[in-house]
Design a protein around this ligand. Structure first.
Ligand code: TRP
Length: 460
């Protein structure tokens, strides 16, 4: 059942009330000024919200390592909507990220009945081929399959201890009739998102997941779960400075100085505390007050800006002591482009979008039929001008085909002032789209025999 308070990642109907989504789910607005060389989708406000993107921006500025994790459902054909994420992945890659791509073959099996072998074939011939053509760098891209990466499945299973059925009911609307494969899909996705942080997959570093808002429930779940595994929490003190608090759990109680009967084991507690104090003083803080009995350390001279550094150090310490040391994933959210006939873009409705392998003629026919923001008569159009916000040709130039801001602005001004008619605008879109599709198709041919370079060793 549709529920306004919930986002259903598997529904074909997605809310486009982005302001409400930001409020309701506590996302942050993207401030384009914070990004070095913002890409086209950033400059156009298409990437509109994020969680912890500042952590990634910080890594870019300091040239420290970070990763991108994205996933694809290997069913159907790749269309323009899908290319938006890759455009962002490419931007992150150009700014230093290593890229991991999850082929969600288990999820496609669970939710769409796509067999693993068909999923594999589709992933490579349809998606990876286009990812290559869209400019990902094979040297820094690793594609794997959910079904053949045990580390992901192991995480899905072990982290499952940190959530339960009630939580899945409330996040996803699962119910008694939900099949058990579908029930497992979100945990596998949690495994996808978290596993690049494991030592064998690149180690502790920030990971950003660029997605459409429909995927946010998975990110919230992942953040919640990683938080629950953390041994140390860093909080802001009301009276200034930061606090480090121990999070005692069954798995770590001995390391953190708690006996089975719940009493304090002072020698173990003191050992952790001196480790923590070492880490903090390495970062240059000297004004430290610690209360081992209560499990709290106060760093008076630290500010909110020091929090991520301190957290990072504590996660390494946690790993050294035997914990998982997981960071919450960062994420970005993009708006959905309008479907060509006004609704949503969907692979199952070929007229609603342009597929990456559509012929020029096919594309042309779709653009000509698409919804426009023109006025009913030429006379009226010249007088009031066109409406770019509802005009598919304009929207497609903006989202996909015209990367030159001043050219796009000129088109907008001409259209809104009535100089440009809807048909003229469509022709501009067709011309740009032809160039784009042609270019992509040449690049697909170029990469044809080299797709295995994108595959991780466990995917071959
Ligand atoms: N659930 C995603 C979709 O429906 C696919 C996916 C699987 C994914 N694992 C992921 C996306 C990890 C982002 C990150 O398209």
């Amino acid at each position: 059942m549709a529920n306004a308070d919930r986002i259903d990642p598997w529904s074909s109907e997605q809310s486009t009330d982005y302001d409400r989504i930001i409020d309701q789910f506590g996302l942050s607005n993207v401030d384009t000024d914070m990004l070095p060389n913002p890409g086209m989708l950033h400059r156009r406000g298409v990437v509109f919200a994020h969680r912890d993107l500042d952590v990634i921006v910080d890594s870019i500025h300091r040239s420290s390592s970070f990763g991108v994790l994205t996933g694809l459902m290997p069913s159907g054909k790749m269309h323009l909507g899908h290319s938006m994420v890759i455009e962002q992945v490419r931007w992150f890659q150009e700014h230093g990220a290593d890229v991991t791509v999850a082929v969600a073959d288990l999820e496609a099996l669970a939710t769409r009945g796509t067999s693993l072998s068909v999923g594999r074939e589709t992933a490579i011939s349809e998606y990876i081929r286009n990812y290559a053509a869209l400019g990902l760098d094979p040297e820094k891209t690793n594609v794997y399959f959910q079904s053949s990466r045990p580390a992901v499945q192991r995480l899905a299973f072990t982290l499952g201890q940190r959530t339960n059925l009630s939580e899945f009911e409330s996040i996803y609307g699962f119910h008694g009739g939900t099949n058990l494969s579908h029930l497992q899909a979100p945990m596998v996705q949690v495994g996808d998102i978290v596993h690049p942080q494991l030592d064998e997959f690149g180690g502790l570093r920030p990971i950003v997941v660029p997605v459409g808002v429909d995927q946010d429930p998975h990110l919230r779940l992942t953040r919640d779960i990683t938080h629950k595994t953390n041994w140390f929490n860093v909080k802001i003190r009301k009276s200034g400075g930061l606090n480090i608090a121990l999070s005692v759990q069954e798995e770590n109680q001995h390391h953190l100085g708690i006996n089975n009967d719940g009493t304090l084991e002072m020698s173990a507690r003191n050992t952790v505390f001196s480790e923590i104090k070492n880490v903090i003083s390495e970062l240059g803080f000297s004004d430290i007050r610690s209360n081992p009995k209560h499990g709290v350390i106060e760093i008076l001279g630290a500010t909110i800006h020091d929090r991520s550094n301190i957290r990072m150090k504590l996660l390494s310490l946690e790993r050294k002591m035997g914990g998982m040391g997981l960071m919450p994933p960062c994420s970005t959210y993009h708006r959905f482009a309008v479907g060509m006939n006004g609704g949503k873009m969907s692979s199952s409705k070929p007229e609603s979008t342009i597929f990456l392998d559509d012929s020029i003629e096919h594309m042309e026919r779709k653009v000509k039929r698409a919804i426009s923001g023109g006025q009913p008569t030429v006379e009226e159009h010249r007088r009031v001008g066109g409406d770019t916000s509802s005009d598919v040709a304009y929207q497609y130039l903006k989202f996909f085909f015209e990367d030159d801001d001043s050219a796009l602005n000129e088109v907008r001004n001409d259209y809104e002032s009535g100089r440009l008619l809807a048909g003229d605008l469509k022709n501009i879109c067709i011309e740009k789209a032809s160039e784009w599709l042609q270019n992509l198709s040449e690049r697909r041919v170029m990469w044809e025999d080299r797709l295995s370079e994108f595959l991780a060793p466990d995917a071959i």
